[in-house]
Unconditional design. Structure first.
Length: 128
């Protein structure tokens, strides 16, 4: 039995090879930057997007919440209007219907909600 031990050790040692190269590690995953960081940092009520920009703080903007839960914003200075009905998902800007595929709440606090309408990327920030 002893005569088999030494050859077994030699064969095992010969089978183990070493190299100076370390195995490659996968690259760390870089998180995708949030495109809405600046938007979410500002809680002021506003609507910003293609064809519209209304900020409640600018004055002359009044907001109506209807019985059907639709929300209307009207700017007396520019005659701009924004109407959104979350129940029917209908959106209208300046009297023109806007096709939306989705409305994502990107942030919500006890007093404010940030919504992005897709694909138009209209940002709607409202106090709740």
């Amino acid at each position: 039995m002893k005569k088999y031990i030494l050859p077994t050790i030699i064969l095992a040692a010969a089978g183990c090879s070493t190299s100076d190269e370390l195995p490659s590690r996968p690259s760390p995953v870089t998180p995708t930057p949030d495109p809405y960081v600046a938007i979410k940092a500002d809680a002021s009520p506003r609507i910003i997007g293609p064809g519209i920009e209304m900020k409640y703080a600018d004055g002359g903007v009044f907001i109506i919440e209807n019985d059907d839960k639709s929300i209307e914003w009207h700017d007396l200075n520019s005659s701009a209007s924004f109407i959104y009905n979350p129940a029917t998902r209908l959106l209208s800007i300046n009297g023109n219907a806007i096709d939306i595929t989705d409305a994502d709440t990107i942030k919500s606090s006890a007093t404010t909600r940030w919504v992005v309408f897709h694909p138009s990327e209209i940002i709607f920030v409202t106090d709740i």
